[in-house]
Design a protein around this ligand. Structure first.
Ligand SMILES: C[S@@+](CC[C@H](N)C(=O)[O-])C[C@H]1O[C@@H](n2cnc3c(N)ncnc32)[C@H](O)[C@@H]1O
Ligand SMILES: [Zn+2]
Length: 289
């Protein structure tokens, strides 16, 4: 299969080598010991260690491993399964999880798609996150996928090369997603629904408001046509302080709340809350020149 990777320095195609990747202009990117490849250029980093830190990643990993979001992941897998055959990907397809974190959703998607897929139509799975700690953890979930440290604002893929881009609770760059998707490709966008984490938010904020629609949706309408919206809602009962603290640490609230509020959450050993998640599928608009 021809490479769909693009050199972050000169935009030529990256080819696999024994050590990692190289472009025709001889820019080299060596694979780390764990198997991932760092494609973030030092001068493009906005901080020393961009993205989620090791504590957030370990918290998310512990929480997700307990199965609390399996229903979200299962529904996402059904959505992708439905979208793939419609694309007629008989010669193989490529899926990217942009902002993949520690790889929970991509690994479960790969397992789900492994069943019922014909041998001659393999799927290539790629995970990208700007946090090298997240990507390092992702390699532990599955070393058989391509994991990259890279930003969603400069994705290392050539134009029109991917069938599916997943964007799950992560920053999005709609123009970049449209660039790398094939004309028949789809963006699967997963975001918090109005009542997501209600219960936790009631403890944290004096006045709790429902989440509004993500602002990015307006931008998406310019380049994509909305194909479907699905909403998953259920209740969670958390009965351990460790799990409650892990949930807090994997959300942006962790950084926004003061010490006093953190102490309040740290005193809880029971919490009932809502999971409310929306999955939108967008088809790339074909722009006629
Ligand atoms: C809330 S986490 C979600 C991770 C994963 N999708 C999940 O749901 O488990 C957001 C992720 O976006 C990553 N991130 C933040 N800015 C990014 C960027 N510019 N490019 C790629 N990833 C980014 C963070 O490192 C973090 O792993
Ligand atoms: Zn190059």
């Amino acid at each position: 299969m021809t490479s769909i990777l693009q050199c972050p320095v000169c935009r030529l195609t990256l080819q696999r080598t024994t050590a990692g990747y190289q472009c025709a202009a001889k820019h080299n990117f060596d694979a780390a010991r764990q198997g991932y490849v760092n494609l973030v250029l030092a001068h493009k980093k906005h901080s020393k260690e961009p993205g989620d830190d090791p504590e957030m990643i370990q918290s998310r990993r512990r929480f997700l491993n307990l199965g609390y979001y399996d229903q979200v992941s299962d529904r996402l897998n059904e959505t992708v399964c439905a979208a793939l055959p419609a694309m007629g990907c008989s010669s193989g397809s490529s899926v990217l999880d942009a902002g993949c974190g520690e790889g929970f959703y991509l690994q479960r998607l790969k397992s789900a798609l492994a069943y019922g897929r014909e041998a001659h139509s393999p799927i290539l799975f790629h995970g990208v996150d700007v946090s090298k700690f997240a990507v390092r953890q992702a390699t532990h979930r599955d070393r058989g996928m391509d994991w990259f440290v890279a930003s969603i604002n400069d994705l290392p893929f050539i134009d029109s090369s991917l069938d599916i881009v997943l964007n799950i609770f992560s920053p999005a760059n709609i123009a970049e997603f449209a660039r790398i998707l094939k004309p028949s490709g789809s963006l699967v966008f997963v975001s918090p629904g109005p009542r997501h984490l209600y219960g936790l938010r009631e403890v944290i904020y004096p006045v709790t408001r429902e989440h509004e629609e993500p602002t990015i949706l307006k931008k998406a309408e310019e380049l994509f046509a909305l194909s479907s919206v699905d909403r998953i809602t259920y209740q969670l009962e958390l009965n351990s302080n460790q799990v409650i603290m892990d949930l807090l640490a994997m959300t942006p609230y962790f950084w926004n709340i003061n010490r006093e509020t953190k102490v309040k959450v740290a005193a809880l050993d029971h919490l009932a809350l809502d999971v409310d998640v929306e999955i939108r599928v967008f088809n790339k608009k074909v722009v006629k020149l």
